[in-house]
Ligand binder design. Structure first.
Ligand SMILES: Cc1cc2nc3c(=O)[nH]c(=O)nc-3n(C[C@H](O)[C@H](O)[C@H](O)COP(=O)(O)OP(=O)(O)OC[C@H]3O[C@@H](n4cnc5c(N)ncnc54)[C@H](O)[C@@H]3O)c2cc1C
Length: 396
């Protein structure tokens, strides 16, 4: 068995793990980032990068490369359960996840991060119980890697978190499926469409144009109503909804599906996980970083990963890896996310009602002021609580 040392070990090379690694390597620290899937890894995703993700990717120096390979989108079209519609000016960009991972991994390698394919099986603990490394299956053998700090960025699936004893309460909180289709008829489509429909409530259906004349079509719902994340159920919903809406019906009608539909769970609202322990930080969707309202998670995974990297760098500078020192990570995550997510959770409960959704979208379709406010929320220039209130619905 080989024995290796580093400053920090990061488990999972998704957006959160990459962001933590990029921050730490920028501060001159040695980082080993371990990913269990073949690189660049495939991930079930709608492939839409919303404004928070675009800002974070800009900070990490990949904005130009992203603009060169991604598809810029300028409009978000929303359909209410009763068919009311609104178009919002929201800037986003689409790119399939393996292509996004490839860009991030290229940047990591340029910054000197060691990116390994391997599966982290369990923590290694010192005699006082503090985590001081990980045991990992790699190249058909076992490797022990030692570091004073481990960052878990292992995503929404709970297995790795369970091995480190960091799962708390119920997980996951939502589930979604996506399929890819080819369509050569509309190369200039720059509209991301989402639609709320009773067949997928509480949740939504999406249609997202991708580079190279492809589309991501999918749907997802919250698991609040005691439902289990069943792939077959979701696939039936997806088939029904993609034929129900005219914009997607003409794409799926050609039967030009690429690969097979792929589903996965989500963890939202910063709930369901311990965020730190002696020698350990948890970040990204493992920490429940995705939005409770939209399920979008790449931007918040990047932001929370960056924050884990910042706190890890402070721990290394102070040679303090105990839980008392690392508690500052949770405080800062709360400062950054909690107000926004509390507002989104409230809104989510409110918008479970089809009546409320119909009213909001109808009004936004008619009132410039409300439409502009929603655009500011989606562009993250305005908190949801300042844009929408009780009076939004009842004043003319
Ligand atoms: C169907 C679907 C559609 C979505 N659409 C969107 C969207 O359009 N836009 C958006 O912003 N968000 C979307 N999301 C959410 C988004 O995908 C996640 O929020 C985001 O991927 C979280 O990033 P992460 O780095 O925390 O986790 P992940 O991207 O899941 O990365 C975690 C990585 O850790 C690796 N790993 C886990 N355990 C181990 C181990 N023991 N050893 C080594 N490696 C390990 C995994 O293989 C994985 O690659 C969607 C989610 C789903 C399910």
């Amino acid at each position: 068995m080989s024995l290796i040392r580093s400053d920090v070990i990061i488990v999972g090379a998704g957006p959160a793990g990459c962001a933590a690694a990029l921050h730490l390597s920028g501060q001159g620290h040695a980082v080993i980032l371990i990913e269990r899937l073949a690189l660049p890894q495939v991930k079930a995703c709608g492939d839409a990068l919303l404004p928070d993700a675009l800002r974070a990717l800009d900070r990490f120096g990949v904005a130009d490369a992203l603009a060169a390979v991604g598809k810029s989108l300028d409009t978000l079209h929303i359909t209410a359960p009763n068919g009311a519609e609104v178009e919002l000016a929201v800037r986003s960009l689409s790119l399939k996840r393996p292509d996004l991972h490839a860009l991030l991994h290229e940047r990591l390698r340029a910054c000197g991060v060691e990116l390994w394919r391997g599966e982290v099986l369990e923590p290694i603990r010192s005699s006082d119980g503090q985590i001081c490394g990980v045991r990992c299956r790699r190249d058909g053998g076992m490797t022990e890697i030692f570091a004073p700090l481990v960052i878990l960025a292992s995503g929404a699936r709970p297995e790795t978190m369970q091995r480190f004893g960091m799962v708390e309460g119920e997980a996951p909180t939502a589930v979604a499926i996506r399929a890819y289709y080819r369509d050569y008829d509309n190369p200039n489509d720059t509209t991301l469409r989402i639609a709320c429909h009773p067949a997928i409530a509480p949740g939504f259906f999406w249609l997202c144009p991708l580079p190279e004349s492809q589309y991501s079509i999918g749907c997802g719902h919250s698991l609040a109503a005691n439902r289990r994340p069943e792939h077959q159920y979701l696939q039936n919903r997806l088939e029904y909804l993609s034929r129900f809406y005219p914009a997607s019906a003409k794409i799926v009608g050609q039967e030009d599906m690429i690969g097979t539909p792929c589903s996965s769970v989500l963890r939202t609202g910063l709930a369901g996980a311990k965020l730190y322990a002696d020698g350990l930080l948890v970040t990204g969707e493992a920490a429940g970083s995705s939005s409770p309202l939209f399920g979008a998670g790449v931007g918040k995974a990047l932001e929370s990963g960056e924050l884990a990297g910042i706190v890890a760098a402070e721990a290394l500078a102070n040679k303090r890896f105990d839980a008392i020192f690392l508690a500052r990570y949770q405080e800062r995550l709360n400062e950054k996310f909690c107000e926004v997510y509390a507002g989104q959770s409230k809104a989510q409960q409110w918008l479970h009602s089809a009546k409320h959704l119909n009213l909001l979208i109808r009004k936004a379709g008619r009132q410039d002021k409300l439409r502009q406010k929603l655009e500011s929320v989606l562009n993250e220039d305005l908190p949801l609580s300042k844009a929408v209130s009780f009076w939004t619905f009842f004043l003319p």
